[in-house]
Structure formats: structure tokens, C-alpha cells
Design a protein around this ligand. Sequence first.
Ligand code: G6P
Length: 499
Amino acid sequence: MDEDSRDERYELVIVSNRLPVDRVAGDDGEASWRPSPGGLVAALEPVMRQEDGVWIGWAGVADEVIEPFEADGISLIPVPLSEQEIEEYYEGFSNDTLWPLYHDVIAPPSYHREWWDAYLRVNRRFADAAARASAPGAVVWVHDYQLQLVPALLREARPDLVIGFFNHIPFPPYGIYSQLPWRRQIIDGLLGADVIGFQRVADAGNFSRAVRRLKGFETRGPIIEVPIESDDPASGSHRHVTSNKHGGLVRTVLARQFPISIDTQKYQDLASRPEIQERARQIREDLGNPKTIMLGVDRLDYTKGIGHRLKAFGELLAEDKISVDDVTLVQVASPSRERVETYRLLRDEIELTVGRINGDYSSISHTAIAYLHHGYPREEMVALYLAADVMLVTALRDGMNLVAKEYVASRVDEDGVLVLSEFAGASDELRQALLINPHDIEGLKEAMLAAIAMPRRERARRMRALRKRVITNDVARWSASFLDALTRSAHGDHPLQNP
Ligand code: G6P
């Protein structure tokens, strides 16, 4: 990498905690790259393939300074994190403070002042990297809860930039959010953006309410009026500055929902490939050709309601409503945040439950639950989706849940039943799924039985309607509508109406 390319400036800059690839050290000491986990990367990768920009993020390893490089045609700029920053900023503040707080305190959040200091320090580093990589007037799109301070830090350094922020996870109701000792700093950080995107209408509403309560700023529908001081660098750029009804100078910020999606066509293409369909048949056979295969696919996270799903499944077996000869549950639980205590405890709990159910109900020829603690390539996931008669998404709280959309996109045969938690953002759009409240175990059991017994015609009717949604609202549409709102805001035009 020579000096010139290191100093390259881009018109579109994506900033997220993770890069789309993680660096891994092999047994032979050789470093290689593998796809990163999670929905954020899955959604942004196709966007970056279309656009000529750069992606700034962490490569998943400690204490390594890695030069900018290209992976699969995407330009990447790695941001280094030290071992201590991984503990305090990533595992600590991001995943043991913000993650549980923003997911309805399903697990108790921990508040530590050193973690906050590390969060601020690392957010500064990301903002500096973005400021360096951005051409004059460039569009910078910052992602997710790990980087909420970046918009304001970036605006301060580079008032010429057009800054967008998208929150991939829920934004909690004020009664929960207000626990956060740094609640004002986070709001100030986010308000540095021109457009702030959320998954659901409710998330955007929760954010606006927090802004009103904590800052006293006025909001008009999705528009937030941020008063500016005359010495504010933004006051020089007339881009966002107008006067409010009291005659004061304000910057306007748009905060509204932009529900994220998937590369639907890619899933349809994979699902149409003969070798993947053959693999789906093989999976069925390997499981002993049960009448019904149920499937759960999640990062091993306490927000996903895996325990609730297992409980319902175990009770159906105990009550003889289903038998292992007829029904198998395949649970893919991909490893996640394994050094965070809550995740360690969750893994023990889930594996104990799986072991108990299998011990109690499996026979020599049929295993009740095929439990897989791995991540799989997309091809294998699509084969699993095709093999699964019933998909179980039982999240207790989830920003969107892209697995639900992947399942629907993969069912080119217009078959399969989606059981979907109303606490996942996807339930706003996927209304023809069997919608459930995962806390209501009886209701969940009834939905599982209804899914097993659903006649082919009804399955097809529901799946057709679900597919229509996911085909129309794909990830390209999501990013286009966000970037369109962002460019319009650069011209002082905040559309009030929904796209
Ligand atoms: C969710 C978050 C992402 C995160 C992903 C994987 O999808 O919204 O920001 O990257 O989980 O989690 P991890 O901690 O491994 O990055």
C-alpha cells in the first residue's frame, strides 16, 4: 500500500464496528479472512458491491494494525482495537451495557465508567478514520449502537459531510433508556447526523421522545429541530439551517423508520439451484425422513428466545402432542460474544436443556433436537431453509430478524410455515406469518401445532403473500431509500411523507 492509496478520499463512506470479514489465525499461524457474523454485515455487503465507496470497521482481532485492503471488490479500512478496548468498548459498553438495555433489559445491563471512557475513545478513532477517508461533501453512513457518538464527532471535524446513521437494533422506550448514565451524550452523538434511521416506527418514536424529554427540542413528525449556536460550524453551511416558529436558528434532523431487508434475489437464485435442492433432500434423509422438520437459526443470544422455543417443543413431546418419529427440531446456534458472561451462561443453559430433551425423548433412530453450535455458509443455510417445513423465529426482542426474511426468500416452492415473534421488527411487514408472543408458551405450542397441521393450500397462500413483501422490499430498496433521504436532506429537503 503506497502513500497515495492510503490517502484516497471516497464519496461514500460506510462506518460500522465490524468489517464484512474477520481476520482469523490458522493453526499454522497463517492469517486468513472469513465472513463476519450477524445481520448488519449480511445487509450491507450487497449495498457496497453496488456502490463505489469504502467500508471502515474493525477486523475482529486485537492489537493488529492492518493496512487498507480490498476484499471481493470492496475497499476496506481496518480500525485497530487493543485487547483492553475489546473488553471495555466491544464486550463491555457495546454488548454488556447498550445491547441488553436496548433489548428491553432481558438481561441486566452493567454500567461502568471505564467502559464509557473506552466507548468514547474508540468512537473518536472511528470518527477520525471516517474524516480522513471522506472526500469534500461526501456521504458518510454510520451503523449501529457501537458507534452512536460518531455522527456528532464527525460533524464537528467535517461540517461539509452529509451524515446518516442507521440503528440496526431496537431503540428502547424512554422508561428503559433513561437508566443510561450517559443518556444525554448518546442523544447528542446521534443528533450529529442529518438522517437517523430505525427499523420500526416504534423505535423512531422512542428516540424522538427521548430527545424531547432529555433535550427539550421540538419535533414535528419525523423532523427534529436542533437549535444551533452562531459559533456552531454548522451555521456556516446553510444546508440544514432554517428558523423555527420562534425565530431561532435550527438544524433539522430526520428520524424515521427504514426497515432493513436482504438480497432477496440471491436467496432465490441459491434456492433454485439443483445441487442445493438435492442437499435439502439429503438433510431430510439424514434426519430420518421425519414428517415435519422445524428449524431455528440464531446467533446464540438471549434476545432470540431459544430457551422459550425449546421449552415449548419439550412440552409438546412430554404431552404426546408430537413424537420424535414425526417431528425433528434443527437448532443452529452460531457462536457469539463468547467472552461475555451472560452469553456463557446462556450457552450452558441452552445446552443443558437440549441435552435433557434429547435424553428424555430421543430414540436410537430419531433425535429430538439436532443442535449445531456453528456458523454455516449461505448455501448450506438455504438448503436448511428448503428442508424446513416450519421456521421458528421466537425472539423476545429483535431489531428486524433477517433470518425470517431469508427463509421466505428461499421458499421459491411457495411452501413452508413461518412462526414469527411479534417482538421482531420483521413482524411489522410479515403479517401472514403465524404471529406469536414467545412469553406465552401455550400460545407458542398452539402455533407450532397449527404450523405442523396447516394444509398445503393455506401454506401456499400465506407464503405467496410473504414472498411478495420480501421481493418488493429488498435490501437494495432499503439502502436506496435511506441514501435518497440523506441526499435530499443535503439539499435541505426533508421529506415528511413515508417512502
Ligand atoms: C447484530 C448487530 C450487529 C453485530 C451482529 C453480530 O446483528 O446489530 O451490529 O455486528 O449482531 O454481533 P457481533 O458482536 O459479533 O459483531
